[in-house]
Design a protein around this ligand. Structure first.
Ligand code: GLA
Length: 384
């Protein structure tokens, strides 16, 4: 939905024009999965799909929230009553950000908000980070907080971890806050240092397809947290702060030291090899050889499926079908247990690949997937 429409709806709801309109995108992670809470490397880029928020300040301690995408009317919350774990609805994301801002000592006195998002929910494309970041940016602007993008991302992560209760890393919020059009973001999640890597596939005759399997996932469920706890146990057993500290060259020695901790060995192997895959991907893109990243994506999928064990039959079917029909590489993307897969392919292969996917899903009696092309787009920004 465009900025004007969102502003007009705001005006109908609240009786005055909004002070401004902001946008923050969803993301696709090219490579670097489940590395962000291990202080490792990730490489997301922003989608054209985004959350748009029209916002005006209030000075009476009320936060009024409305979403074009949700049932029900305006939800009215008192700022001094915001508390972690009290809200299990969509409002927890924007309210959690306002709570985190106030917790950090910022003098927020209230706001009216109308939101509208085109980021598919539960698809592994960071619809929640888009909601969080658009609110953080709007408040940063309106209340003149002067926060850096990485600080906004940290506040949003805190909202998600503490207020919503999902133990996620920092990738999604940083991607939404910091990505640039035509680039992938090479992010070191230890110190949040970042480099924009040119990633203009169309110019190379390539396409990146996103296949939303429509299998819904949730990170507040237990499996994500179990993987995270297992990685932390692995780091503790190996005597390092985070698995990022195990160099790829030392992986075999580290695995040997883990003895019969088979489950932990698998998690460690995934994280250490995945960090190395990110570094190889960056090197190939810098060298102007995007086709060569295909096999690295596919290796990443095997690692998530066999070692990290977070794939599902629908995601595996996307990858297997894509590779059998000429794709350069394919893997699941995001937190796992459903959501989306990505496919790197020659532009000329896209029509036959799409047909093959539709046929494979129909034969397996799976729900038809949603396939779209992902073009690296802009990060969060003010629209009006
Ligand atoms: C989810 C989390 C991220 C990250 C990915 C897996 O998207 O929100 O922090 O851990 O899963 O890479």
């Amino acid at each position: 939905m465009g900025a004007q429409q969102v502003a007009e709806r705001f005006t109908e709801l609240y009786g005055a024009r909004p002070e401004g309109v902001w946008a923050a995108p969803g993301r696709v992670n090219l490579i670097g999965e489940h590395t962000d809470y291990n202080d490792g490397f990730v490489m997301p880029f922003a989608l054209p799909h985004q959350a748009v928020a029209a916002v005006s300040r209030r000075d009476d301690g009320l936060l009024r929230l409305h979403s074009a995408d949700m049932e029900g009317g305006v939800v009215e919350l008192r700022l001094d009553a915001l508390a972690p774990g009290t809200d299990s609805a969509w409002t927890a994301y924007p309210a959690g950000v306002v709570w985190a801002l106030r917790e950090a000592g910022h003098a927020i006195t209230g706001a009216d908000v109308h939101l509208s998002s085109t980021v598919p929910t539960g698809a592994g494309l960071s619809s929640s980070a888009a909601l969080e970041v658009v609110i953080a940016l709007a408040f940063d602007d309106l209340y003149d907080l002067g926060l850096a993008r990485w600080q906004l991302a940290r506040l949003c992560q805190r909202a998600e971890n503490v207020y919503v209760g999902a133990p996620t890393g920092i990738m999604d919020q940083t991607a939404s806050a910091c990505c640039a059009p035509g680039h992938a973001l090479f992010l070191d999640t230890r110190d949040l240092s970042q480099q924009q890597i040119p990633f203009d596939l169309a110019a190379e005759g390539l396409r990146l397809l996103v296949v939303d399997t429509q299998v819904k996932h949730a990170h507040s469920g237990g499996e994500y947290g179990k993987r995270r706890a297992g990685c932390e146990k692995g780091a503790a057993l190996l005597g390092v702060d985070a698995l990022r500290d195990i160099a790829y060259a030392d992986l075999d020695a580290a695995l040997a030291r883990l003895g019969d901790e088979e489950e932990i060995r698998r998690l460690v192997r995934h994280v250490v090899t995945e960090d190395e895959r990110v570094e190889r991907t960056v090197a190939l893109l810098r060298a102007g050889d995007p086709r060569a990243i295909g096999p690295i994506l596919t290796e990443g999928h095997a690692s998530l499926r066999d070692d990290f064990r977070i794939s599902c039959p629908e995601l595996d079917l996307v990858v297997d079908t894509a590779l059998a029909h000429g794709a350069l590489g394919s893997r699941m993307t995001g937190g796992g247990f459903g959501g989306s897969a990505l496919i790197l392919a020659e532009s000329s292969e896209v029509p036959s690949l799409t047909k093959a996917l539709e046929a494979a899903f129909a034969t397996a009696d799976f729900m038809a997937p949603r396939v779209f092309e992902a073009v690296p787009s802009a990060g969060a920004r003010r629209l009006v």
